[in-house]
Design a protein around this ligand. Structure first.
Ligand code: TMP
Ligand code: ASP
Length: 235
């Protein structure tokens, strides 16, 4: 597989075309941003750690019968993925109140939810990814209603599988963000699943082990990412 030209550079990853028109390479950078790019920095070796964590999780989800874009992890920072036509919707799954949900409702961070919440955000950086609902998605044609049924069902199944996966590693999966896309007519899970897009709390102490450490200058960012890496990848 040959890496050809850069086709897109995002905040945390670069996407390259390959000599196979159905496949792309995601290159994981150490760059970190928060609050829609307002805060910028570097988390040393984040690209390596997030690539290993994401690859491990995608393989686990495939074993559970959930189709993802993952194909191979040829190097530390590269992941070969199926080319997707991205659905421009960020899907957030929540199990515990935190982040923007705590802010929006005034309900204390750490409050467990009686059932998981699914939220949708329009994937648009200049607009700061505003929250939307299924009516917006249908009215603007971002995804067909039957695709949204599939996305919601996959979101719930992924949440159940990953909550168990992290619980076995003494980590509470508080919330996380997913992206989906179409490949040969099928909806696949895309992007990455790493401490950048998840809230992960130590099961015993409640200590944050995710990008909130960078967002809010809590310190030990690299150490906590590496701890998640060890718990996820070295079992
Ligand atoms: P929020 O509480 O800030 O809305 O975030 C919910 C989850 O989504 C959290 O695990 C972090 C993740 N997330 C992203 O991956 N990208 C984003 O741009 C935002 C705002 C959140
Ligand atoms: N990913 C977004 C950013 O880069 C927001 C965040 O993760 O806080 O700014």
């Amino acid at each position: 597989m040959k890496r050809l030209e850069k086709i897109y550079e995002g905040k945390a990853k670069i996407i390259y075309s390959t000599d196979n028109p159905d496949l792309l390479i995601q290159y994981f950078k150490d760059d970190a941003t928060a609050f829609n790019g307002v805060k910028k920095g570097t988390i040393v070796d984040k690209g390596v750690v997030n690539n290993q964590i994401s690859s491990r999780i995608f393989k686990y989800l495939e074993e559970k019968g959930i189709s993802t874009h993952f194909v191979d992890q040829p190097t530390d920072r590269e992941m070969v993925v199926k080319k997707l036509e991205i659905v421009p919707v960020e899907v957030v799954m929540r199990n515990v109140v935190a982040g923007s949900l705590a802010k929006r409702t005034g309900i204390a961070e750490g409050t467990p939810l009686k059932q998981p919440i699914i939220e949708f955000y329009y994937k648009n950086d200049p607009l700061g990814d505003p929250m939307i609902n299924e009516y917006h998605i249908a009215a603007f044609g971002w995804a067909a209603p039957r695709e949204m049924e599939e996305i919601k069902s996959l979101g719930s199944r992924i949440n159940e599988a990953l909550s168990e996966f992290f619980r076995e590693r003494k980590i509470r999966l508080v919330d996380f963000k997913l992206e989906f896309g179409r490949h040969k007519g099928k909806i696949l899970l895309g992007d990455e699943i790493s401490p950048d897009g998840c809230r992960l709390w130590d099961w015993e102490t409640g200590e944050k082990m995710d990008k909130d450490r960078f967002r809010f200058d809590l310190g030990s960012v690299e150490e906590k990412y590496r701890q998640v890496y060890r718990l996820v990848c070295q079992d």
